[in-house]
Design a protein around this ligand. Structure first.
Ligand code: ADP
Ligand code: MG
Ligand code: MG
Length: 251
């Protein structure tokens, strides 16, 4: 579903190379986890895939279902089925959460040639999905993420994902700042979306999220590259010994 080849990325503003040849292939129906020390380029990878400004791709490619995405606008990537849950969700004062969700969902349906949802249909779906994430009616009415706690912001990211039903879901440290109960809600939300036709790239610092979202494949990223790939046992090894053993071994 997602195939990244030899991806090299530098900052536009300074001559700083951040991704130094990322190779990654994620198959439909699978959950891949990326772990790695702080500063290794995990968020940069997720930003570059989703089309954030400020980065220059100097080499390599990223294909979604066989089509190059790196030249597309962010909304075109979203319409193609890509979704990113941010490590740091952005507050959008003045834009109601419900309006935001409905606009996003309908824009995406339109891009796919599907009919827009009526307000009745939309309300029914959003209430049901919000309920399962313990997002109350008040949070749906407030401006996007404004005054939300860290955990509420992260749950709101998962609500967006559940509403948009993307094919390729990227979650950047969605577990950071969550207590155990909130993390379980988030994991349940992700697990409910697991499907043959959908894939996940779960970026996480800690193994504990992977107790709840069982990955098929675990990658370790360091200094702008994937340096090691294995099964779920790799995450347990990181939990037990930290990154230094693995980094020494590949050095
Ligand atoms: P991770 O998510 O793995 O912690 P990041 O992708 O956030 O890593 O960062 C990778 C490296 O790139 C870090 O050294 C970080 O300081 C640097 N970096 C990322 N974005 C910027 C930026 N806009 N300006 C300066 N340095 C940046
Ligand atoms: Mg970081
Ligand atoms: Mg990060």
């Amino acid at each position: 579903m997602l195939e990244i080849k030899n991806l090299h990325v530098k900052l536009e503003e300074e001559d700083k190379q951040i991704l130094k040849g990322v190779d990654l292939k994620v198959e439909a129906g699978k959950v891949h986890a990326i772990m790695g020390p702080n500063g290794s380029g995990k968020s940069t990878l997720s930003y570059v895939l989703s089309g954030r400004d400020g980065y220059e791709v100097t080499d390599g490619s990223a294909e979604l279902d066989g089509a190059e995405i790196l030249e597309l606008d962010p909304e075109e990537r979203a319409a193609a089925g890509l979704f990113l849950a941010f490590q740091y969700p952005v507050e959008i004062p003045g834009v109601g959460n419900m309006t935001f969700l409905r606009t996003a969902v309908n824009a995406q349906r339109k891009a796919r040639g599907e009919e827009e949802l009526s307000s009745g249909e939309f309300l029914k779906v959003v209430r049901e999905k919000a309920k399962s994430l313990k997002i109350d009616a008040d949070m749906l009415k407030r401006p996007v993420n404004v005054g939300f706690s860290g955990g509420e912001k992260k749950r709101n990211e998962i609500l967006q994902m559940a509403m948009l039903e993307p094919r390729m879901c990227i979650l950047d440290e969605t577990d950071s700042g969550l207590d155990v109960d909130a993390m379980k809600l988030v994991a349940d939300g992700v697990n409910a979306l697991r499907d043959e036709g959908r894939a996940f790239l779960v970026i996480t610092h800690y193994q504990r999220l992977l107790d709840h979202i069982k990955p098929d494949v675990v990658h370790i990223m360091a200094d702008g590259r994937i340096v090691k790939t294995g099964g779920p046992e790799l995450a347990l090894e990181v939990e037990k010994n930290g990154y230094s053993d693995i980094l020494n071994e590949v050095a």
